[in-house]
Design a protein around this ligand. Structure first.
Ligand code: ATP
Ligand code: MG
Length: 418
């Protein structure tokens, strides 16, 4: 017991933490380019916030929360997701009073009492974005694009954007009734959970992972959400698609895609991977801010499971994103120049190192690779003669000769441009 971690948790050891640092660094860089700023909310909240904000009829609230009474007798819950806390903070700190859309992101641990298995832990991490204060379909497209660009920057392969709209308070209740009418006659063939869902949150049946429920759906072919959209929802969705096309993104329409959470309105999407199921899920939630006691404010956001993102990266997640410069010395006459260059690189804010064991050029380059260098700066006889250095880009596999006195600046420039 003493030497065993609780079920569903993991230790992230120093070698792996490096991958996490790189990931978080990339997230910060990318998200800030889109105008998002980090928010840090508490790891626990009043249970009531999640009951309201996530929804009483969701799996999370019904069976996955870590809830306890604190010593003052309050019911407290470890956060199972990030949106409710961010929205609570937005309302409590009156961020709606500030001009413009509030663009916020977070990265951190979440807690759900689930059966631990592949891709499912009890403490896991999410990276997420929330944009509050606009109903503009261009914003939907921006947030979807950001979720895609994140995985693209990590070079995750074989992923697909699945897109749908769950309608609004006008058209969804109509659809809900149609769906119930279609599924009632076959209710006894649905799983226990879905039989309950049918009464309380029937859209969730569309989302069930049980093979038997999927088979029933394939057979019964219940009505589809897109056929029930009202004009306003249809127009909104068409505009989202136009903006996505303008961004050069492609996607697959999935008329059965619903999100597990109750507060979603209109746009919903998931980025899925054939082996790792849903890596990122997101949606618009125009009712949530009012639901937790703030002024009517539309919002949209997504959350991705960091461990699942790493899993979808495959071997690459062991190969951290490259940064820094490894100075490789191919001629002992370059020793002093190497010392000066290293100092310039570090002075320019770059991670930089060299070999101190007199190894061959070949093994220095191998070391540069293992060290995770973005550039190898090679100093050999030819370079010395021209007061230059060969800069090999280990990500792109290209190589250029640059003047020694500009080398640090050029490499810094190339790294910060990304
Ligand atoms: P699922 O249907 O897989 O249970 P979900 O609908 O509960 O997912 P969300 O609440 O939308 O998931 O969370 C967003 C993302 O967080 C998921 O797509 C997944 O990548 C990740 N995630 C959710 N629960 C876990 C968990 N227990 N362990 C690891 N990652 C998780
Ligand atoms: Mg879940």
């Amino acid at each position: 017991m003493l030497t065993q971690r609780p079920r569903g948790t993991v230790d992230i050891l120093p070698g792996e933490v490096r991958v996490w640092h790189r990931f978080e660094h990339l997230v910060r860089q990318l998200f800030s380019r889109y105008g998002y700023e980090e928010i840090r909310t508490p790891m626990f909240e009043h249970t009531e916030l999640f009951a309201r904000g996530v929804g009483e009829t969701t799996d999370i609230v019904e069976k996955e929360m870590y809830t306890f009474q604190d010593r003052g007798g309050r019911s407290i819950t470890l956060r199972p997701e990030g949106t409710a806390g961010v929205v609570r903070a937005y309302v409590e700190n009156k961020l709606y009073g500030e001009p413009g859309v509030a663009k916020l992101y977070y990265v951190g641990p979440m807690f759900r009492y689930e059966k631990p298995q592949h891709g499912r832990q009890r403490q896991f991490h999410q990276v997420g974005v929330e944009a509050l204060g606009s109903d503009d379909p261009a914003l939907d497209a921006e947030v979807i694009a950001l979720s895609w660009r994140l995985l693209e920057a990590l070079d995750v392969q074989d992923i697909t954007i699945e897109l749908n709209s769950v309608g609004c308070s006008e058209c969804r209740p109509v659809y809900r009734e149609q769906l119930i009418a279609a599924l009632r006659p076959v209710a006894d063939r649905l799983c226990k959970d879905c039989q309950q869902r049918l009464g309380r949150n029937p859209l969730r049946v569309l989302d069930c992972k049980q093979a038997s429920c999927r088979a029933v759906l394939d057979e019964v072919r219940p009505p589809l959400l897109p056929d029930a959209w009202c004009d306003a929802c249809r127009t909104h969705h068409d505009e989202v698609r136009s903006h996505l096309r303008a961004l050069g993104l492609s996607w697959q329409d999935n008329p059965r895609l619903v999100r597990g959470l109750d507060y979603y309105t209109r746009t919903t999407w998931e980025i899925t991977h054939p082996q790792h199921s849903t890596v990122i899920g997101g949606g618009r939630y125009n009712r949530l801010v009012a639901e937790v006691g703030g002024p009517e404010t539309p919002g949209i956001g997504f959350a991705g499971g960091v461990e699942r993102i790493f899993a979808a990266m495959g071997d690459q997640s062991e190969m951290p994103l490259r940064d820094g410069v490894f100075v490789a010395i191919a001629d002992s006459a370059a020793a002093l120049i190497a010392t000066r260059l290293l100092e310039q690189l570090r002075g320019a804010g770059l991670r930089a190192d060299r070999d101190y064991q007199g190894r061959s050029l070949k093994s220095q380059l191998r070391q540069a690779d293992r060290w995770g260098a973005r550039f190898a700066a090679i100093l050999g006889e030819a370079e010395l003669a021209q007061e230059a250095v060969t800069v090999r880009d280990l990500t792109e596999g290209t190589q250029t000769l640059v003047p020694l006195d500009q080398a640090a600046e050029i490499m810094r420039e190339r790294m910060t441009r990304e």
